[in-house]
Design a protein around this ligand. Structure first.
Ligand SMILES: Cc1cc2nc3c(=O)[nH]c(=O)nc-3n(C[C@H](O)[C@H](O)[C@H](O)COP(=O)(O)OP(=O)(O)OC[C@H]3O[C@@H](n4cnc5c(N)ncnc54)[C@H](O)[C@@H]3O)c2cc1C
Length: 446
């Protein structure tokens, strides 16, 4: 039987393979980042006739796609709606009215087919590797040079008359070059294996470097909003239900801001109880909206109203309940903890006007509105998305070209755009990549 390759050996092999890839000295479009948005941009630019190089810091392109959707890649949603984003107007202008058709058409042309789970779209294989492989194959077929293990450092513009004689003092002058033919952007990147600095010229550069804070954006004179992790678990004030760590429940979650009496947001879905607070898809969406001190209330039986619950807990309103009375509607491990809490009522801090008069009333309240006070994001290293990045006001939504540097484009999470769970973030990555790729090719070839 073949011996499994060690991690170190795999890294060495991939680095050597990457080092063999020659990047041309001159191309129309350089894409910084070979993730979801970068690959969509590269394919769109190459199919529009441009010569394209993708510089990817990782050892292979498309690796970030493999982790998505728990390895199944929830690549879009049939209910794409800009209101699920932090910047709805910009997203609507970039993505247009045919957003879903454009994304599905793109993947149909890649040879991929999909299936639905609720509103979420997955590849029929339910394997993120399918999504990555069809993208890499289409990029190669279109002639894209995929150059992994290259970390982009910086770019500066060289006016056309200086191409060939350029030096570091020559920088882009937007006023001067407005109506001039394309010059070249000097792209600096490193190849870690040999610590080489390679400096190919490129007529345009597309920033598709994802959600990490990257110093080169500042060097390019672009303004960024600070990065904060979102789509992650929430740490909550000492939970009396720490024993539930690892249990899941299908809930309706309500968020009430700390300075308000009324919920500002609600959503149904799965919550995972953790000893530090809550996790799961509903919590991830909450994490985009919740701040320290906000109150999250979980309705653990959203399909039952209070009187139906009363029937199960204390039909004759005697004020008490029997052990196991909720086992038919709740995970018994959760039910037993809530029963314990309801009996030890005083462990829960109720607002005075809202304090339950009896243990059965307390149990019903806990089941319909289990309270958690938010401390802040948790397990941030595993956050699915970061908010922040390039301010969208600096980019033309029709082309995703920088208003300051017409040769510079951006797409995906590099921009200050984030959305709820459910395939919205990837749908943004694909569509914004397509827009930037097509526009960059057009600019480079004009
Ligand atoms: C665990 C997890 C699960 C997720 N699941 C889903 C899901 O199911 N559905 C969904 O819609 N969204 C999901 N997301 C979010 C989704 O993955 C992102 O929104 C999406 O990948 C963003 O695409 P992007 O191309 O902008 O960034 P990325 O995919 O992160 O790609 C950026 C690329 O740029 C490279 N790079 C960065 N800096 C440089 C540099 N200086 N030089 C060269 N290369 C550089 C990085 O290595 C990376 O490959 C998930 C995220 C995570 C972390």
């Amino acid at each position: 039987m073949a011996k499994k390759e060690s991690r170190a050996a795999q890294r060495e092999r991939l680095l050597r393979k990457a080092a063999e890839i020659q990047t041309p000295d001159d191309c129309d479009v350089t894409v910084v980042g070979g993730g979801a948005a970068g690959l969509a941009a590269a394919i769109s630019a190459a199919e529009a006739g441009a010569s394209v190089v993708v510089l990817e810091r990782d050892l292979e392109c498309g690796r970030s796609i493999l982790a998505t959707g728990n390895g199944r890649c929830n690549f879009a949603n049939i209910s794409l709606d800009p209101r699920r984003f932090n910047d709805p107007q910009f997203v609507a202008e970039v993505c247009g009215s045919r957003w879903l058709d454009d994304v599905l058409g793109f993947f149909r042309d890649c040879g991929m087919r999909w299936c639905l789970e609720d509103d979420r779209l997955y590849p029929v294989s339910r394997q993120a590797a399918s999504v990555r492989n069809v993208l890499l194959a289409r990029a190669r077929k279109a002639g894209v040079v995929l150059a992994p293990a290259r970390e982009f450092q910086d770019a500066s513009w060289i006016a056309p008359e200086h191409v060939g004689t350029h030096g570091p003092e020559l920088h882009y002058d937007p006023a001067k070059s407005k109506n001039e033919p394309a010059g070249l952007a000097e792209v600096v990147h490193t190849l870690p294996l040999e610590s080489l600095y390679l400096m190919p010229g490129s007529r345009t550069v597309i920033i598709a470097s994802g959600g990490e804070a990257t110093p080169f954006l500042g060097n390019l004179g672009l303004a960024t909003a600070p990065r904060t992790p979102v789509l992650c678990p929430l740490a909550c004030e000492d939970s009396p239900l720490a024993a539930l760590d690892g249990r899941r429940a299908h809930v309706k979650a309500l968020l009430t801001k700390k300075d308000s009496f009324f919920p500002s947001w609600q959503e149904r879905g799965e919550v995972l109880f953790r000893d530090y607070g809550i996790s799961g898809i509903v919590t991830f969406d909450l994490s985009r909206r919740a701040e320290p001190g906000d109150l999250v209330e979980l309705d653990l039986v959203p399909d039952l109203n209070k009187s139906e619950l009363q029937q199960l807990v204390d039909q004759f309103a005697r004020g008490s309940f029997e052990t196991g009375c909720l086992d038919g509607v709740l995970d018994p491990a959760i039910a037993i903890q809530l029963e314990r809490l309801a009996r030890e009522l005083w462990h829960v801090e109720w607002p005075e006007h809202d304090a339950p008069a009896t243990p059965s009333e307390a149990l019903i309240k806990l089941v319909k509105a289990l309270p958690f006070v938010v401390v802040g994001p948790a397990e941030v290293e595993r956050a699915q998305v970061t908010r922040g990045g390039l301010l969208t006001s600096q980019f033309d939504p029709a082309t995703l070209a920088s208003r300051q540097h017409p040769w510079l484009f951006a797409c995906g999470e590099a921009l200050n755009v984030d959305a709820d769970c459910g395939g919205f973030n990837l749908a943004w990555a694909w569509k914004s990549g397509m827009v930037a790729g097509e526009a960059a090719a057009k600019w480079a070839l004009s």
